[in-house]
Design a binder for this molecule. Structure first.
Ligand SMILES: [Zn+2]
Length: 82
């Protein structure tokens, strides 16, 4: 019997399943993401939960530096208070 494996890209949780088993049954509740990067260039990622997917997404999105946001607050105070 051949065994398939899936690993959560975020937390590293592993699942093994017989290859004869339907993937949607073996990985019920998991999320699969395809990142289409260009011609013949696709990355596949598996996640065991929405929380793991969210953590991974958060690492992919560029963050606005806190210093920049604080400088906007100061400017807004200036406009409101004169
Ligand atoms: Zn996970």
């Amino acid at each position: 019997m051949k065994i398939g494996r899936a690993i959560c890209y975020s937390c590293g949780r592993k699942v093994e399943f017989p290859l004869e088993e339907l993937l949607c049954r073996a990985l019920g509740g998991w999320l699969a993401v395809c990142h289409l990067k260009g011609l013949q260039s696709v990355d596949h990622y598996n996640f065991c939960s929405f929380g793991c997917l969210q953590r991974w997404v958060d690492t992919q999105v560029p963050k606005i530096p806190e210093v920049f946001l604080k400088s906007l607050e100061r400017k807004n105070d200036k406009y409101i208070n004169g």
